[in-house]
Design a protein around this ligand. Structure first.
Ligand code: NIG
Ligand code: FE
Length: 432
């Protein structure tokens, strides 16, 4: 018999998003839905997923095992948000008002607003202040079903403040159920003090900050904003090669506004992901098709910037790229961390099917941060990261727009949201 310390009984429907992972083309159509599903875990990992009769034959709950009656609930893997700029300080509400008056994101950036204004606020914040901002944001994420998030630095833009951001991410990760996967993004923008000597900033990143981040194991990935007016393709290549040889996995913000070849470079270098892709070209799509590099699409960005152009999700899927969906949570171009909304935008604005969007926000999201061995789908051996929603079918997650249906969240087998509220401390059992 399989021993279990946690049992979820009789889910009305469970979208397991089970593998093989990554999912491409038709495989994205299968969300692995099981009706009347039972799920059991032990030591934070899943030991059983399947129907009741098999559960009764094969699983023996240990004395004191936690239990949830899920007969009125629909389950999903905890959402994996593969692209956030979580540790920022300040607000860009003033800039948002200007955008509503017609100013573009790029025009504001050229006038010292945009990323550079968040850099000023983030540099002024202490490590503890940043940690507390992260913790409050992680609560919001968890309440909406996100159980793992990537978190980029990139508002420090010098050694001390980039490290401070990454330390705040590490501190928050240690204190909160949501797991954080850190990315060093010192190449997010050129800081004001290096405006006229960009080469020197590249040298600082490569020779000083990158080694310091690596030596303290503060980030798994390196990311660079390859964009007109930010880092050119040649500069991106130089940074990417340095990062790869320092042992970082590579991510590239590519083809957000102007296609410079960043996507093609990402695929050539075996990057884990190319992200944004609103302005991707045919050659970029061809480069990603069949490559290991995931296409992380961020549909709230064109929505939030009120742009008509969107990443060509359908063409990327049809070409065979690994498509993931993420929030791009940041104060300038995407002030949301709600993955339910991101899934809804994937369907309503990019014409993904509900199954494709679900897989993109879970299994492929995990792949896009190379965490798919441990999470992103509900299968034996993976973490018991589960979202239970008050709804009748998985499709309700998209159909009923703008309502938060999350009732329970289990993180590594522990109930961390119960009745739609965060559970503090170590109260594991929340049988209704
Ligand atoms: O992913 N594109 C670059 N970076 C962020 C925006 C950051 C900001 O505006 O603060 C993005 O959209
Ligand atoms: Fe981003």
């Amino acid at each position: 018999m399989i021993k279990a310390d946690c049992v979820v009984a009789g889910c009305r429907a469970l979208a397991t998003c089970r593998g093989p992972i990554p999912k491409r083309r038709e495989a994205l159509q299968d969300a692995g839905v099981i009706e009347n599903a039972w799920l059991a875990g032990r030591g934070g990992r899943i030991v059983f997923v399947g129907p009741e009769d098999e559960f009764r034959r094969t699983v023996r709950p240990e004395a004191g095992a936690a239990g949830i009656d899920a007969r009125r609930l629909v389950g999903f893997p905890g959402f994996v948000d593969a692209h956030t700029h979580l540790p920022f300080a300040g607000s860009r509400g003033d800039e948002f008002s200007l955008r509503l008056q017609g100013w573009t994101y790029q025009q504001l950036a050229a006038r010292g607003m945009g990323i550079r204004s968040t850099v000023r606020a983030t540099r002024s914040a202490t490590r503890e202040e940043l940690r507390d901002l992260c913790l409050a944001r992680l609560d919001e994420m968890l309440l909406h079903g996100t159980t793992t998030a990537e978190a980029k630095s990139g508002y420090g833009l010098n050694r001390e403040d980039e490290i401070k951001q990454l330390e705040a991410v590490r501190d928050a990760d240690a204190l909160h159920p949501v797991d954080l996967i850190p990315t060093f993004m010192g190449a997010h923008e050129i800081p004001d003090e290096f405006r006229d000597r960009k080469e020197d900033y590249l040298d600082l990143l490569i020779h000083t900050v990158m080694p310091a981040v690596r030596d303290q194991s503060l980030a798994r990935f390196f990311d660079v904003f390859c964009e007109e007016g930010v880092f050119s393709l040649d500069e991106t290549k130089r940074l990417a090669e340095a990062a790869l040889s320092a042992g970082f996995g590579l991510k590239i913000h590519a083809d957000e506004f102007v296609p410079l070849g960043g996507t093609e470079l990402a695929a050539r270098k075996g990057a884990v992901s190319a992200e944004h892709l609103i302005a991707i070209t045919e050659s970029g799509i061809a480069a990603l098709a069949g490559s290991v590099t995931a296409a992380i699409l961020l549909p709230n960005v064109p929505f939030f910037l009120m742009q008509d152009k969107r990443a060509p999700a359908r063409r990327l899927i049809d070409a065979g790229a690994v498509v993931a969906l993420a929030s791009d949570f940041n104060p300038g171009s995407s002030m949301t961390s709600n993955m339910q909304w991101i899934i809804q935008l994937g369907v309503f604005q990019m014409r993904m099917t509900i199954e494709e969007a679900l897989n993109a926000a879970t299994a492929n999201g995990a792949y896009a941060i190379r965490e798919h061995e441990d999470r992103g789908s509900l299968e034996p051996g993976k973490f018991l990261d589960l979202v239970l929603c008050d709804m009748t079918t998985p499709a309700d997650l998209v159909y009923h727009v703008g309502r938060n249906p999350v009732k329970f969240v289990l993180k590594k087998g522990k109930v961390v949201v119960s009745g739609g509220r965060i559970v503090r401390g170590d109260r594991a059992d929340s049988s209704p």
